[in-house]
Design a protein around this ligand. Structure first.
Ligand code: SF4
Ligand code: SF4
Length: 423
């Protein structure tokens, strides 16, 4: 409850205007294109996957703010019914991005989840298993820890200044991403160390209010990776957890530079150190993973506001910096010869979540599927042949969505695609 109490002022600032339901991508022009050139297709209503599925106030963020307030006032007793509303939220952050009142809605939702756990409301069986599995096996998939690096053909714990935090999904479920990342970094002359002591980053536990186990894995990872100058991440969720949650919960800045693989490659390309020569002749669209896009842009904004000490806030400079961040993966894709790039309607700050995050795919797979089907329709409306993203967890859910819908879209992880184009 302490976390929720601390957010009291922010919770009371919500005027329940409902603006956080939507994702504004511009009035469609005569051809039905939004301001980024994305195609508006029939069916787009909101920016909130939970509200879009259940069409009831409680599932939209404004309803969750009412519940947070009522719990604080003692007017609403936390219950399992309430749990199934609060936890059916992918913590995508669309609501935080839309709120003109600058309410940190995801922080409130996570604090409310933690309060429910603290008050003894049992978690859904699959959410509860996440914590048990991480405690016993160091990963939420209940796989043996010794198998974590089984995909790696080369040397483990290599001597290098740069380490690769592989994450649980790429280690156990989407191994093609782990293999391609390690191989690509070798090809570009930056061999990365893959560490046998790596454990789950704790993201599913931080997101579902299971703090004690989350803090254990955080401390273990900080200890394991502290001797490296740079740590690269291919998972949006792991990257967000290291970059935003670890400093917040440890009270200290990270002892190394944390860089997403997409960002690392974009930087090399901008310096002229990496050029793609092989062609990829396809119409391509890009899916912004929420934890890589909005969550990091939000962190940029928070840090700049703290630095300014609220004395002089250069909003334009902050917006420019956020826009530069959103543009990075698009820049990378446009460096590939043959690519015809097309935007979807809801992108960048207004991106539509794939629906997998925040513990949703584990406990409420129907919601995750509902959201990803919406994304696939939006991608198809652009006429794209391929959808590219940069997060194994989004990759997993989009892959399942493509399978379920029989879509003809081809799916690529950005680094995997680049690896296939570099000898
Ligand atoms: S969180 Fe912000 S946008 Fe959403 S209802 Fe409250 S004040 Fe309005
Ligand atoms: S975080 Fe995303 S899913 Fe959750 S309430 Fe906000 S917009 Fe809806």
């Amino acid at each position: 409850m302490e976390r929720l109490q601390k957010m009291r002022k922010q919770i009371y600032r919500c005027i329940h205007c409902g603006a956080c339901r939507f994702a504004y991508s511009g009035e469609p022009d005569k051809e039905g294109l939004g301001e980024h050139g994305g195609v508006l297709y029939e069916g787009i209503v909101t920016g909130c996957p939970a509200g879009n599925k259940y069409k009831w106030e409680g599932f939209y963020n404004s309803g969750k703010m009412w519940m947070a307030r009522a719990v604080l006032e003692g007017e609403l007793e936390p219950s399992e019914e309430m749990r199934d509303i609060i936890f059916q939220c992918s913590t995508c952050g669309n609501c935080a991005a839309q709120c003109e009142n600058k309410i940190p809605t995801v922080d409130v939702i996570e604090a409310l989840r933690a309060a429910l756990v603290e008050k003894g409301v049992p978690l859904g069986a699959k959410s509860a298993a996440l914590s048990k599995n991480v405690k016993e096996k160091n990963n939420p998939y209940n796989e043996p820890h010794a198998e974590r690096t089984s995909w790696l053909k080369g040397e483990k714990n290599l001597k290098s200044k740069t380490a690769y935090f592989v994450g649980c999904t790429a280690s156990y479920r989407i191994k093609n991403v782990a293999e391609a990342t390690e191989r690509l970094f070798r090809k570009i002359g930056v061999p990365v160390a893959v560490l046998t002591d790596e454990v789950c980053c704790g993201s599913p536990l931080f997101r579902t209010g299971q703090l004690s186990e989350a803090l254990r894995v955080m401390n273990q990872n900080l200890e394991t990776f502290k001797k490296y100058e740079t740590v690269v991440f291919s998972c949006a969720g792991c990257y967000r957890t290291f970059k935003v949650d670890y400093p917040k919960y440890s009270g200290k800045p990270l002892p190394f530079k944390a860089v997403h693989t997409m960002e690392f490659i974009a930087d090399l390309m901008k310096q002229g150190k990496l050029k793609i020569k092989k062609e990829f002749k396809k119409i391509v669209t890009w899916h912004d993973p929420c934890h890589l896009t909005r969550h990091i842009a939000d962190d940029i904004e928070k840090r700049r506001l703290e630095e300014s000490n609220n004395w002089f806030i250069d909003s334009r400079a902050i917006e420019k910096e956020k826009e530069e961040w959103y543009e990075l993966p698009r820049y990378v894709l446009k460096q590939i010869p043959g690519v015809e790039f097309r935007e979807m309607y809801r992108i960048k700050e207004n991106t539509w979540c794939c629906g997998a995050g925040g513990g949703v795919k584990t406990q409420y797979p129907e919601l995750a599927m509902d959201a990803v089907i919406e994304r696939i329709k939006e991608a198809e409306a652009t006429g794209a042949q391929a959808i590219v993203t940069s997060c194994p967890f989004c990759f997993l859910n989009i892959r399942d969505g493509i399978k379920a819908t029989g879509s003809k879209l081809e799916l690529y992880e950005l680094i995997e695609l680049l690896d296939s184009l570099i000898d």
